[in-house]
Design a binder for this molecule. Structure first.
Ligand SMILES: O=P(O)(O)OC[C@@H](O)[C@@H](O)c1c[nH]c2ccccc12
Length: 261
């Protein structure tokens, strides 16, 4: 059993509770800019900045972090989007974190979780998210298509996460517009930015799609490397959570785009 299969089994257990109660954590409804348009309209790499207290691969990252202060700092530093982990057991996040952040910032807001059922998308929406994550490796084709349609029907943007070329084909088959490549393998935690290059080599770059590089990004050199491959944005957690200067760290990642995208 890998960590991904363990987390997905836990999600099945949590679904019982989520389904028993309607989502009540309704955030102030805000009209946020579309993530897709935000990412398409920039000449520099955009940063999706993540609120991440802990993770199964790294353990505690920033236990005492205040999600509202962290997200507000990201917004002020020029992040294009804030990502909030809502998984409790493995990442020490919550839907309450998401709702608090939603009330504090106006930019696109991603609910980062392991979505396997519509009810989780209802909770994300009720907590104020404007984007949800769907992980191709966690879903079969029917689930992926159904959940993608459901989120889109609620006017949410969807970030579809892939890890290899076969998963990219599955993301393209449902006509995903915002496609990420996770440089971290969710089965064994190994990180390699070469995954971005491997998928970029077959990615159909055009104005209808955006390509995002996720995980393991620390420096301007990392951002420049994935930008050269075609990434319009980077999804960054640990390095920002551990930075003494969110302003400086985000600024450093906002390098000019490459030519592919
Ligand atoms: O902390 P990092 O290495 O910068 O990674 C951020 C983000 O990409 C990572 O948290 C992530 C990417 N996909 C996920 C899916 C579930 C949980 C977490 C993730």
């Amino acid at each position: 059993m890998t960590i991904l299969t363990e987390i997905l089994a836990q999600k099945e257990v949590e679904l019982v509770t989520l389904k028993a109660q309607a989502p009540t954590e309704v955030a102030v409804e805000k009209k946020r800019p579309s993530l897709f348009e935000t990412l398409r309209s920039s000449t520099h790499v955009q940063v999706i900045a993540e609120m991440k207290r802990a993770s199964p691969s790294k353990g505690l990252i920033a236990e005492g972090a205040n999600p509202v202060a962290q997200a507000s700092a990201y917004e002020q530093a020029g992040a294009a989007c804030v990502s909030v982990l809502t998984d409790e057991k493995y990442f020490k996040g919550s839907f309450a974190d998401l709702k608090n952040v939603a009330n504090a910032i106006d930019i696109p807001l991603l609910c980062k979780d392991f979505v396997i059922d519509e009810v989780q998308i209802d909770y994300a929406k009720a907590a104020g998210a404007s984007v949800v994550l769907l992980i191709v490796a966690a879903l079969n084709d029917e689930q992926l298509d159904r959940l993608h349609r459901y989120a889109t029907s609620l006017s949410l943007d969807v970030l579809v996460e892939t890890h290899n070329v076969e998963e990219l084909q599955r993301a393209l088959a449902i006509n995903a517009k915002i496609i990420g490549v996770n440089n971290r393998n969710l089965h064994d935690f190994s990180i390699d930015l070469a995954h971005t290059e491997e998928i970029a080599a077959v990615f159909p770059f055009d104005e209808e799609r955006v390509f995002i590089s996720e995980s393991g990004i620390w420096t301007s050199e990392d951002a420049a490397r994935v930008a050269k491959a075609g990434a319009r944005a980077v999804l960054v957690g640990e390095s920002l959570m551990k930075s003494d200067s969110v302003q400086g760290a985000i600024h450093a990642l906002r390098v000019p785009l490459g030519v592919a995208q």
